[in-house]
Design a protein around this ligand. Sequence first.
Ligand code: ISJ
Length: 375
Amino acid sequence: MSDTQPTPELLAIRNRIDALDSEILKLISERAQCAQQVAEIKVAEVLAQAKETGESPEPVFYRPEREAQVLTKIKERNQGPLADDTVAYIFREIMSACLALERPLQVAYLGPEGTYTQSAAIKHFGHAAVCVSQGTIDRVFAEVESGACHYGVVPVENSTEGMVSHTLDSFIDTPLQIVGEVEIPIHHHLLALKGSSVDSVTKIIAHQQALAQCRNWLNHHWPHVEWQAVSSNGEAAKRAAKEPGVAAIAGDAAAEFYGLEKLAERIEDNPDNTTRFLIIGRDEVPPSGQDKTSLVVSSRNKPGALLGLLAPFQREGISLTRIDTRPSKTEKWAYVFFIEFEGHCQDTKVAAILSELEEQSILIKVLGSYPRAVL
Ligand SMILES: C=C(O[C@@H]1C=C(C(=O)O)C=C[C@H]1O)C(=O)O
């Protein structure tokens, strides 16, 4: 069938699509007006508070727990034929655009452009957020602490390589909270200047995590060239775009941003390779109904100490989603534990566990309760 002479049947369907689109547009605009009204109410609340107390905090328009609930509901209600995640992504972008009507969120991420962390920031906040590249994890924390950015995104663990220790260490001293989490499937490619061939590669550069995630592949295919760790995969791609003979390991976003050739695709040793990122912010997040809590705790160095820390979770029937150990910075051969579990610190059971842990430990810090990743 030629499209130059559409059949009456095809024309009728196209007319129906046009009518639906204008209906959808009308509804989206109405939704955006509602978001504006929410913002007006919040501004009025802050002004009223300022009159009473003399303090005028910045109104908070972004509500992570509410966004998680909206997306969860959309997925639950979806009856197809589009996949649950697909409809959720569409609504993610609608919410992102509605929120940006007030003022786009400024989100600091571990850059440069093209890093997986940037993809994580866009996945979590949508395309209307303004993502601001930072050179180091410390800078991401600093930008959010100073108020220059509303939120920050940092990598925290990879399914092949384990925890990103620098991120965990940063949490011990920061006043910031974890306000969300996001996971990204990681597919690495070997990238070089457009037009280069495999034979021209003399050096392979990447973030040390990426080198580790592709170790078997590199050993098998590139045992005789130099591998060098650099500050990020985005940085590696940026250099590969300038230096002939240098190949970078990075993802699709970096390949696209720097216009690089893919010499080999999906080179990660584990095809399910996934990285989890945390969203950091200044304010605590109220319960969404499906939350996680992260904490750092350090117990006295005595037999059975770890068992003592974990027993209250078992008793209350709370599932641990992660436990990790880091050396304490203050004492040799002493350790702090990073524990993540299901629930919110305002839940009665969780509050009971926390007060029990407080009695047993020398240090305990709740890093945040936040909605479980919906996308
Ligand atoms: C500020 C609010 O709304 C914002 C806009 C949302 C939306 O568009 O659905 C959801 C949560 C918030 O980020 C609020 O509901 O209080």
